[in-house]
Design a protein around this ligand. Sequence first.
Ligand SMILES: Nc1ncnc2c1ncn2[C@@H]1O[C@H](COP(=O)(O)OP(=O)(O)O)[C@@H](O)[C@H]1O
Ligand SMILES: Cc1cn([C@H]2C[C@H](O)[C@@H](COP(=O)(O)O)O2)c(=O)[nH]c1=O
Length: 241
Amino acid sequence: MAELVFFTGTMDSGKSTLALQTDHNYTARGRRGLIFTRGDRAGVARLSSRLGLEVTAREVLDDTDFWAEVQAERHAGRAVDHVVCDEAQFYSPRQVEQLARLVDETEIDVFAFGITTDFRTRLFPGSARLFELADRIEVLQVQSLCWCGARATHNARTVDGVMVTEGDQVVIGDTADDGAAAGGGDGWADPGAGNGAHDDAPAAAAPGTVAYEVLCRRHHMRHMTAATARRRSTPTESLWS
Ligand SMILES: Nc1ncnc2c1ncn2[C@@H]1O[C@H](COP(=O)(O)OP(=O)(O)O)[C@@H](O)[C@H]1O
Ligand SMILES: Cc1cn([C@H]2C[C@H](O)[C@@H](COP(=O)(O)O)O2)c(=O)[nH]c1=O
């Protein structure tokens, strides 16, 4: 029986890699899939993994209708056996409902990949709906680690190196220190900024350089990033290196 599966974890936990592997393994057995993403760091209509793999994908926009996309494909005589959805946290609840309908009414497997919560530890709307509707939730097995060595469970955002807890929910960026420049409005990257351009983007500028860091809950609650800990460097908060 077809399933809607939500593979989730923090940033940098291997979700995009698993998305690519999943599509590869199904395709290798003669099944045909569609790959969707939204706001990948590599740019519009790209699905990229930090391990270096990158493929062309269909960019999800505010008005994307997954049901219509699959029906159009089938009417054109092309089979659709599975659908891979990366950055699914950015999909609307309505789009997640379309994915569930595809599973239930057309027996297509849907594999969705995304982070659960934002930098404020709040659920993304798309992730919330996936938690509500998915047949299965799979937490990524490769652990990403907080600077203290504990399993990282939360995503922190820094602006110019300082952890923040206010701002737009969506700002495309990376876990590297040299993160992308902050966007504005609803947070979709400015098409001119070269950091994951998006058609639905507002253009308002915001200062600062945005980056992300994965932390355990304890250190997320204390706003203690690796840099903060290094500065404080108390005996009980030892760093690995
Ligand atoms: N140089 C490397 N060697 C081995 N593994 C790496 C390397 N760089 C990244 N990775 C792996 O890739 C993972 C990130 O993969 P990715 O699919 O981009 O994550 P996500 O989509 O969850 O943000 C890291 O957790 C790590 O396991
Ligand atoms: C926590 C958080 C993340 N984002 C963005 C940053 C990245 O572009 C993606 C996550 O991608 P990954 O493949 O899982 O690394 O989400 C955001 O917009 N808002 C946030 O709060």
